[in-house]
Design a protein around this ligand. Structure first.
Ligand SMILES: NC(=O)c1ccc[n+]([C@@H]2O[C@H](COP(=O)([O-])OP(=O)(O)OC[C@H]3O[C@@H](n4cnc5c(N)ncnc54)[C@H](OP(=O)(O)O)[C@@H]3O)[C@@H](O)[C@H]2O)c1
Length: 258
């Protein structure tokens, strides 16, 4: 156990399942107390209970819709009330949407922007001043391996371009805060076996079986949180080697996903 991290507090959004739950468990394994957030109360409470029992840390489950500013404010307030500070923010909640652009429901754009971009930026803004006062803190943003593709993967351009924006914001924030003691890390996962990818259209059983698990992403978080104090891993790409449509260089006429 890393003694520096033991007893610190992390907020993890989208932590009731998938990558967020895996990352919350990883942080708990390092002795970090958690405030975990998601919209649906039932699965969130179950996850909070499971992690608290397994890792013997304190876990607060806060129902929160990251698209709503008041929910984010409540998440930070309740975390500070229970734990005193927010030392680590793992910004992870996200939704996927896969459509040829001309067929994408127009209401998708607001939902995707609020969840996958604005929610991240707002939550960082809500915790950053305390981190600056403490001259310490770690912000982890869950970006996407799709941002490595140029042009972006077909039928994923709204989702992916918001992740490109998030990646750029994250890198800019690192430079802006570089001398402040705060670390900002983007993790760029390739296609991973979660409920989110379960919703991909036309994915075959054989392709589903080739998706990577969350294990390497958990290792990436552990790495980001345990490097020496004067080092910040700026970006960590964890790409699935066996999923053809996520290769970093994607042919322009790539079919997505096949
Ligand atoms: N899976 C992949 O292949 C992959 C690849 C690259 C990047 N990513 C990114 O990794 C992150 C996690 O993805 P995942 O695959 O683990 O997804 P997932 O299995 O669908 O889980 C999403 C989590 O986010 C929560 N969530 C969704 N919308 C929310 C909202 N508005 N407010 C609060 N919580 C919300 C969900 O709980 P509720 O529904 O109860 O709110 C759930 O806990 C996302 O940012 C995604 O873009 C995933």
């Amino acid at each position: 156990m890393n003694t520096d991290l033991k007893g610190k507090t992390a907020i993890v959004t989208g932590a009731s399942r998938g990558i967020g739950k895996a990352l919350a468990s990883t942080a708990a394994g390092l002795g970090i107390n958690l405030s975990i957030a998601a919209r649906q109360e039932g699965p969130l409470a179950e996850t909070a209970d499971e992690i608290a029992k397994k890792y013997n840390v304190k876990v607060l489950g806060v129902p929160c819709d990251v698209t709503k500013l008041e929910d984010l404010e409540n998440l930070v307030a309740r975390t500070k009330e229970k734990f005193g500070s927010v030392d680590i923010l793992i910004n992870n909640a996200g939704v996927s949407s896969q459509y040829p652009f001309q067929e994408q429901p127009i209401e998708d754009f607001e939902r995707l922007s609020l969840t996958n971009y604005l929610g991240y930026v707002r939550l960082i803004r809500l915790v950053i001043n305390d981190m600056l006062k403490n001259k310490a803190g770690a912000i982890i943003n869950m970006v996407s391996g799709s941002t490595l593709c140029d042009p972006l993967p077909r039928n994923f351009i709204v989702y992916s371009s918001l992740k490109v924006g998030l990646r750029a914001f994250s890198k800019g924030l690192f430079w802006e805060l570089r001398d402040s003691g705060i670390k900002v890390t983007s993790i760029l996962p390739g296609v991973t076996d979660t409920d989110l990818t379960g919703k991909l259209q036309d994915i075959t059983k054989e392709q589903q079986d080739r998706l990577m698990t969350t294990e390497a992403i958990e290792n990436a978080l552990r790495f980001a949180l345990t490097v020496p104090a004067n080092v910040c891993p700026l970006e960590i790409s964890v790409i699935n080697q066996q999923t053809p449509w996520t290769k970093p260089v994607i042919p322009f006429k790539q079919e997505h996903p096949r």
